[in-house]
Write a protein that binds this ligand. Structure first.
Ligand SMILES: O=P(O)(O)OC[C@H]1O[C@H](O[C@H]2O[C@H](CO)[C@@H](O)[C@H](O)[C@H]2O)[C@H](O)[C@@H](O)[C@@H]1O
Length: 302
């Protein structure tokens, strides 16, 4: 497959310096998954994380937006597939807005599973479905600023109020990793006291209601769609559960591909994903290129 036609749907073409051909899987299972996806795209699901995968990592989570090449790539790809689903720790409606997905032609059937699967937004209705708020989050909201003070949180540490969860970020601290490590034990104790789970991520510890993760959310979605092959792309610890789910399905003979969106921020790669991935691409521009070449490959099917 060549590069012809790839740039068609992408303003300014594909991001520079990126491969314009479908990457070769590092594993046999991944190669089989890609072959199955290409053979039966109408049953295939492409599942994508948001931050670090569709949206470049930035210091202010409110400033995160999908990379400009993502939307046109998805608009070309989605109509050729069984489904596209975004599986994110973000509130589902926020990911729809920050992705530029609301009302986007070609994405009329997009689904977003937000808050690690607790929330769901469907483009068909534009509605968000979510469970009752967890009482532990309300209590935590009142206690967290004081708890951070007591724990000696480093300057630059701040709280993101996500409504159904609270996230403590250290990206703006002088030593983000050290600042996060120092908060790990106190925040775990605090979360346990309020019946909450701790979700670690890139320079963030999120305290959220337990009982759901990206793996369970993805598995349920694939069952609902009676999916064939699945391609999952993620970048962070929250995506490990989705990797597990794809590998569980592969063990049952269902085709799957694991994609890793490697950091372009100077952070080291995350071994928990990098070592398991079938495909590794360079951050959101690399994901956009992957989606575009996949779309091109499906368009040129006999
Ligand atoms: O599941 P995801 O879509 O990857 O969302 C997980 C968390 O992402 C956000 O934090 C990350 O992105 C921020 C913006 O680029 C960055 O500043 C932060 O350091 C990253 O960890 C988000 O703020 C969290 O609420 C999500 O849980």
């Amino acid at each position: 497959m060549g590069i012809e036609g790839l740039a068609e749907g992408l303003p300014g073409g594909l991001p520079e310096g990126l491969p314009h051909v479908l990457p070769t899987s590092r594993t046999e299972e991944g190669a089989a998954g890609l072959a199955a996806l290409r053979a039966e795209p109408e049953r295939a699901v492409v599942a994508l994380d948001f931050d670090g995968t569709l949206a470049p990592i930035v210091a202010d989570p409110d400033a995160a937006r999908a990379h400009p090449a993502i939307l046109p790539a998805l608009q070309r790809l989605a109509p050729r597939l069984g489904a596209v689903v975004v599986v994110t720790g973000r509130p589902a409606g926020l990911a729809a807005e920050y992705g530029g997905f609301v009302g986007a032609p070609g994405l009329e059937h997009l689904t977003i599973l937000g808050h690690y699967g607790a929330e769901r937004w469907d483009a068909t209705t534009g509605e968000v479905h979510a469970p009752e708020a967890h009482p532990g989050v309300t209590a935590l909201r009142a206690e967290l600023p004081r708890a951070l003070e007591r724990a000696g949180a480093a300057p630059g540490t701040w709280i993101e109020d996500k409504g159904r969860a609270l996230a403590v970020h250290t990206r703006r601290a002088e030593d983000p990793d050290g600042a996060l490590a120092a908060l790990d034990a106190p925040l775990r104790a605090l979360a346990a006291r309020h019946g909450l789970a701790v979700e670690p991520g890139r320079m963030v510890l999120e305290l959220r209601p337990p009982g759901v993760d990206k793996g369970a959310a993805l598995t349920a979605f694939l069952e609902e769609r009676k999916a064939g092959a699945v391609l999952y792309v993620g970048d962070d610890l929250g995506d490990v559960a989705a990797y597990d789910a794809v590998e569980d399905l592969r063990a049952l003979g269902r085709p799957g591909v694991l994609g890793y969106s490697a950091p372009t921020t100077g952070e080291p790669p995350l071994a928990a994903l990098a070592e398991r991935a079938d495909l590794v691409v360079a951050g959101p521009p690399g994901v956009a290129a992957l989606l575009a070449v996949l779309s091109d490959a499906l368009a040129s099917r006999p």
